[in-house]
Design a protein around this ligand. Structure first.
Ligand code: GFB
Length: 316
């Protein structure tokens, strides 16, 4: 990728897309292409073709999609499967048709079977049933991997796929009905502190284990893979370390509101018992994460506080 290449970041307003744009800007790429949802409905093949014909992106980061945490995934499966299957298909097809040089497609660690051996190697894909709370999303994400591989096989497209673990960081979604656990806990502990209530409710049993990667590390990995990875096989992106939801809640409590007491709401789903990625292949290629979870958490809480301050300033 040269600095003046036309680089399309599909999904630039999201957690991942905004981090990739920040990273490209920091490296002084000066031809970054973006399109808002209002400007371009990525589910509409004719609109996507029109946009690709007009803009001719040479590189595409396909990080757009309908995403959310365990509650959103289990209550809105139709949106998750419909939006994501269409978005992946339209962008991959247009990238082939308009001769994009290289495309990086981003999936999710929920593509792997629920009862997967740990840590999860790339080759465990499609070896068992999926976790029911995110089956619709996972199927769309698996279809995305197969799309990239099929266009590579039939047309020789240089389309690659990366599967990141659970992500967090600046620009995350803090809405409690659709967010992932880490931003949800930041908000819950913060609001308890502000309201002066001691109890904070954490969903599920607290025993599931999760791995968390800061989105700035993911953006770094995406550029690294765009520059150096050429395989048809998807590649895991993570830290190789996980912790229980209880340990995560304690860490967020220590950063945000140390006096809080944690309560578990066992009527809420736990989801996958564990999904720790095996990141051996990525390490062999020479990439490792840099941002430690506690530091990343503190940085994300700072970002959240800036948004709270901005909201208060607007209301004043
Ligand atoms: O982050 P999360 O929603 O997604 O939940 P998944 C992770 C774990 O944290 C689950 C628990 O065991 C939740 O029950 N948890 C505790 C909470 N308190 C909360 C809370 O206040 N909010 C939320 N959201 N969770 C998603 C998939 O699974 O992960 C997607 O549904 C995607 O498909 C994404 O793969 C990365 O890790 O369970």
């Amino acid at each position: 990728m040269e600095r003046n290449d036309r680089i399309f970041v599909a999904g630039h307003r999201g957690l991942v897309g905004s981090a990739i744009v920040r990273r490209l800007q920091a490296e002084r790429f000066d031809n970054i292409l973006t399109a808002t949802r209002e400007q371009l409905d990525l589910r509409d093949q004719a609109a996507v073709n029109y946009w690709f014909r007009a803009n001719r992106p040479e590189y595409v980061f396909l990080v757009a999609g309908t995403v959310g945490g365990i509650l959103a995934n289990s209550t809105r499966p139709a949106e998750f499967i419909y939006d994501n299957m269409l978005i992946h298909a339209t962008v991959v097809h247009a990238a082939h048709f308009f001769k994009t040089k290289k495309l990086l497609y981003l999936g999710s660690s929920c593509i792997y079977p629920r009862e997967c051996a740990q840590p999860i190697k790339e080759q465990y894909l499609l070896t068992g049933p999926l976790e029911p709370t995110n089956e619709a999303y996972a199927l769309a994400k698996i279809a995305g991997i197969k799309l990239c591989q099929s266009y590579r096989t039939q047309y020789g497209c240089n389309f690659i796929s990366a599967m990141p673990t659970n992500l967090y960081g600046s620009n995350d979604n803090f809405d409690l009905t659709s967010s992932h656990v880490l931003p949800a806990l930041i908000r819950k502990f913060h609001e308890a502190k502000v309201e002066g209530s001691r109890d904070v409710t954490v969903w599920g049993s607290g025993t599931p284990r999760r791995e968390f990667l800061h989105v700035d590390d993911l953006a770094d990995a995406c550029l690294f893979l765009m520059r150096s990875y050429e395989d048809a096989q998807h590649i895991n992106v993570g830290t190789g370390e996980d912790l229980t939801i209880r340990e995560l809640a304690e860490m967020v409590r220590d950063v945000v509101y140390p006096a809080a007491a944690i309560r578990f709401d066992r009527s809420k789903p736990d989801g996958m018992p564990r999904k720790l990625l095996d990141v051996g292949r990525l390490h062999e290629l020479g990439w490792r994460h840099r941002i430690d979870l506690r530091d990343g958490l503190a940085q994300t809480y700072d970002w959240f506080m800036q948004q709270v301050a901005c909201g208060e300033a607007m209301r004043a």
